[in-house]
Design a binder for this molecule. Structure first.
Ligand code: ADP
Ligand code: ZN
Length: 731
């Protein structure tokens, strides 16, 4: 018997093996783990098929060591989704499968909760521990403890805490027939017994729930389009409850930054069911436990970030993708999949509804709504009595600015502080100042390894590169002409300093990557912000997503312009989403919110549209621009990237790759090769070749042969290269 398996290697192929010598009976099913010799190593591979014949020369055909599972650990439908994804994203199948499984399973851990323990038997339940307490106190304590955890049972480690020489006591109880060994469910956080009731749903929420509920049991993609605070999460909770009531499992995906302890508590309290959490902060063991809980069906709800889209769900009934526009759903290195897009595909294949929720949907998703592919449900108003914040533009050309804060904003902050409001200032740049500058000769503190300026960090007294991590003490005088150097521009630290001078009575709190590096710091800071201890919050992206600050009445966006003229065709979409997400932090409770956006380009048409008419008119205008310029969703992209220590190697490789591509037929254009927008990063030169196609199918046809040929180019060995299908960043 032949076994065709995927091994976790970058090689773009499968490997054939002979079945283990001692194998008898029927062939194992695809998705089963097979231990195989691979080079000099032993690898845990995944069976893809059992082919009738192989092209491998008989002398080279090796024998697999062992078949590790009685039943596949990847069910047939998930395996087929992963094989599809491997084709679509042109990523080696072995690495795709590895990305979808907890690492522990790839190192041979059992897929079933392997924990064994002890529990009471029927006579054990009837026995009275007091009667043996005098003779055998340890045994009595064990009976009492097991009685408290009946019928689940307790692990040996847990019983060990009851006294010395636990083992003989256990054996004695077992011999008397009072206890028996059992397998324990995987460890899940304790369940709250009764579900907390939620608020009474608004008419719009009820309509949304009813529409989605009507499609339980069949595929339908919904866009739940609701401003921040409109009660989308309540809709997810109600739908998850419905799924649970029907004996189905629900998968809820949230952006990396959105999976906060409050969200977890909210789900636990309201659903009173064990949740399996899946996110990047888990250790191997915890990841395995969550996977097991989802697979055994013990966890009815899986709440997780990107990779949770691969969670095993034997009874999947519903998928939710919250903040579907968030770019963290696209994996940026290795297997570059879009969890949102795969979630839609998974829902379609499993014939279940999927809900994509956002206040600022991606243009791709809106496009799918406009052409009738997705169904749209609106939550037009904020839940409770909160009002939508009003957005105003501050023209930076007409107002004085002190350290990044314009006079109108200073006055407005003053006003809100006097009325007891809380203020949030958003700036997409951490550190003290973007760089050091010599006004005499024009010298700028640049990174030696990147095409980037070094950021001045004043508290640590360093110049740091945010791209490669390089750091050095700041120059005190210009190395070129010896004159004095000055920090230019603003980072969050500098704003914090300025605020201390402008509003000495109002405590400020800075939340960015520099102030939240230690474990638990971010939670503590957010909690302090929510409690209102700090009157002014200054922060980066971290402040913008999913956090509720009920007291915030004024939001200031300090540097909107970066987004307007970014290098990427998605820059204006990103900017609009950021403005509205930050704005959404204002006035979540009773206070009406105000938002001030500082810009040097107040008449930028898309910005005007956003501010005066709102997100959807903006999105329609932006989509028109995309149509006119043939950018996605009106075309489909793949990006071939390459980098190397020399400038020429990536360009040569991409030039050769371009030469291999079939001519510009079928509405396909090849753009480049060209240096990446930031050509040098961490000492390596980067270049790219963009493939743009009118139709997804023609792009896929081109990629199917081409990527394999590109991999075989001799130039490919001189660079680090990768292919990114549906890239979200073009650099
Ligand atoms: P979103 O997910 O759209 O940001 P949430 O579901 O988190 O919105 O709701 C925002 C706030 O409004 C929460 O504090 C929530 O408890 C409250 N809320 C949601 N729906 C209702 C409702 N029907 N009645 C009263 N309060 C609600
Ligand atoms: Zn650098």
């Amino acid at each position: 018997m032949l076994l065709r398996v995927a091994v976790n290697t970058p090689l773009r192929r499968c490997f054939d093996y002979l079945a283990p010598a001692d194998h008898r009976g029927s062939a194992p099913l695809p998705g089963t783990r097979i231990s195989v010799p691979f080079g000099h190593r032993r690898e845990v591979a995944i069976l893809l098929e059992t082919p009738a014949r192989t092209d491998a020369p008989p002398a080279k055909l090796r024998r697999a060591h062992a078949i590790l599972d009685a039943t596949p650990i990847i069910p047939a439908d998930m395996l087929s989704l992963l094989r599809w994804a491997s084709e679509y994203y042109r990523h080696p199948i072995g690495e795709v499968l590895a990305a979808a499984l907890p690492a522990a399973l790839r190192h041979g851990a059992s897929p079933a909760g392997g924990r064994t323990g002890w529990r009471l038997t029927a006579p054990g339940r009837a026995a009275d521990p007091d009667t043996i307490a005098a003779r055998a106190p340890l045994q009595a304590r064990m009976l009492t403890a097991l009685g408290r955890c009946d019928p689940t049972g307790l692990a040996g480690e847990e019983l060990r805490g009851l006294g010395a020489s636990v083992r003989p006591a256990l054996r004695a109880l077992q011999a008397k027939g009072l206890i028996e060994a059992c397998s324990l469910p995987s460890s899940l956080p304790e369940v709250i017994r009764s579900a907390e009731p939620g608020p009474e749903l608004t008419a719009a929420q009820r309509e949304a729930v009813a529409a989605i509920r009507a499609d339980f049991g069949s595929f339908m993609a919904f866009l739940l389009f609701g401003v921040t605070g409109s009660g989308k999460t309540e809709v997810y909770l109600e739908l998850a409850r419905e799924a649970l009531a029907r004996g189905l499992q629900a998968l809820v995906l949230v952006p990396e930054i959105g999976l906060t302890p409050q969200l977890v508590r909210r789900f636990e309290r309201r659903l009173a069911t064990p949740l399996a959490l899946m996110h990047s902060g888990l250790g191997d063991r915890e990841r395995l436990e969550s996977w097991r809980a989802a697979r055994s069906g013990q966890a009815r709800v899986v709440l997780g970030t990107r990779s949770a889209v691969f969670a095993p769900l034997p009874e999947a009934g519903l998928i939710v993708v919250d903040e579907e526009h968030d770019t963290s759903y696209k994996q940026q290195d290795g297997f570059k999949y879009s969890a949102r897009d795969l979630a839609v595909l998974r829902a379609r294949r499993e014939r279940i509804p999927i809900v994509l929720g956002s206040a600022t949907p991606s243009l791709e998703t809106l496009h799918n709504v406009y052409r009738g592919r997705y169904r749209r449900l609106d939550l037009p108003e904020r839940a409770g009595c909160a009002n939508q914040p009003r957005i105003e533009i501050v023209d930076l050309r007409h107002h004085a600015v002190q350290e990044g804060i314009s006079t109108p904003l200073v006055l407005r902050i003053q006003g809100h502080l006097e009325r007891g409001g809380q203020v949030l200032l958003y700036l997409n740049r951490r550190g003290f100042a973007p760089t050091l500058f010599c006004s005499e000769c024009g010298w700028i503190a640049n990174c030696l390894r990147c095409d980037a300026h070094l950021t001045l960090h004043r508290s640590s007294h360093q110049l740091r590169c945010h791209h490669c991590g390089a750091a050095r003490p700041p120059e005190t005088a210009c190395p070129a002409c010896g004159c004095e150097v000055h920090p230019v521009g603003e980072g969050t630290q500098r704003i914090e300093d300025a605020l201390a001078r402008l509003f000495p009575a109002a405590p400020a709190l800075r939340i960015d990557r520099d102030t939240t590096q230690r474990r638990g710091q971010i939670e503590a800071k957010l909690e302090a912000a929510r409690r209102g201890e700090a009157r002014i919050l200054v922060g980066t992206q971290m402040l913008t997503k999913g956090h509720d600050f009920p007291e915030v009445s004024l939001v200031g966006i300090l540097n909107a312009d970066q987004g307007l003229f970014g290098t990427d065709f998605r820059s204006s979409e990103r900017l609009a989403q950021t403005i509205l997400q930050v704005a959404g932090r204002a006035g979540r409770a009773e206070r009406p919110g105000e938002v001030l956006v500082q810009t040097l380009y107040p008449e930028h048409p898309l910005l005007r549209k956003l501010v005066t008419e709102g997100y959807e008119p903006f999105a329609r205008a932006a989509l028109e621009e995309r149509r006119a310029t043939s950018w996605p969703p009106f075309s489909h992209l793949a990006l071939l990237r390459a980098e190397a220590p020399t400038r020429q190697a990536p360009l040569d490789f991409l030039e050769r790759a371009r030469g291999l591509a079939p001519g510009a037929a079928n509405g396909i254009a090849l753009l480049g090769p060209a240096p990446a927008p930031m050509e040098r990063r961490a000492g390596r030169f980067r270049a790219q070749l963009l493939i743009q196609a009118a139709a997804r199918a023609s792009l896929q046809r081109l990629l199917s042969d081409w990527v394999g040929q590109v991999a075989l180019l001799p130039e490919a060995r001189r660079v680090r290269w990768s292919i990114d299908v549906d890239p979200v960043e073009l650099f």
